[in-house]
Unconditional design. Structure first.
Length: 191
């Protein structure tokens, strides 16, 4: 369905440009868009390399483990079905820690590992468990303290203060995570 919508928007843009005798605008937009895509991709590649390195340093230095230990009491309340010593709890804590630090590219494989571990605990293999649903909504709401990708995108686009969005992002992601947890608990009770 979304492919049809994209096609419709592109085709209507080309048709309007042709009807107005300004078809060259389409070519200019394509070239400029391609240039911007390459510039942003190169900037993001550098950012991903930087944060991947930071993630390795954080893991090697024990910072991720420390953050995971600090989050353990909260995680026990959020995921009461997961035993404390089970590998699923460790995977959950690492994935949530990566998310909080704004390491979305590192959070994805950690999140997949967490879901695999949660599936091992799941009694009904064809249905998501409560812990899986809770983890999904927490990951999707994405509480973020260091929004590295957004800062990099703003810097790549020439923002004079790319980090000025940190405060609003922390506020917005805190609200979205709290709302996700509350809604998860409400739906868990009635579903």
């Amino acid at each position: 369905m979304i492919n049809y919508l994209w096609f419709l928007m592109i085709a209507s843009g080309i048709a309007v440009a042709a009807l107005n005798g300004r078809i060259e605008v389409i070519t200019e937009a394509i070239v400029k868009g391609a240039e911007q895509a390459v510039a942003i991709s190169i900037g993001l590649a550098g950012l991903i390399a930087f944060w991947s390195g930071m993630m390795e340093i954080a893991q090697a230095s024990g910072m991720m483990a420390l953050l995971a230990r600090l989050m353990r009491p909260i995680a026990k309340k959020l995921f009461p079905e997961v035993p404390s010593g089970h590998p699923a709890m460790g995977a959950l804590l690492l994935a949530m820690s990566a998310n909080i630090l704004g390491l979305g590219n590192a959070c994805t494989p950690l999140g997949i590992k967490a879901m695999e571990e949660l599936q091992k605990l799941n009694r009904e293999k064809d249905t998501a468990s409560n812990s899986m649903c809770t983890f999904l909504v927490i990951t999707a709401s994405s509480l973020t303290i260091i929004p590295g990708t957004i800062i990099a995108l703003r810097a790549a686009q020439g923002s004079s203060a790319p980090a000025e969005v940190v405060g609003p992002i922390i506020f917005a992601t805190t609200c979205s995570t709290l709302a996700a947890i509350v809604l998860d608990r409400i739906l868990r009770r009635y579903w």
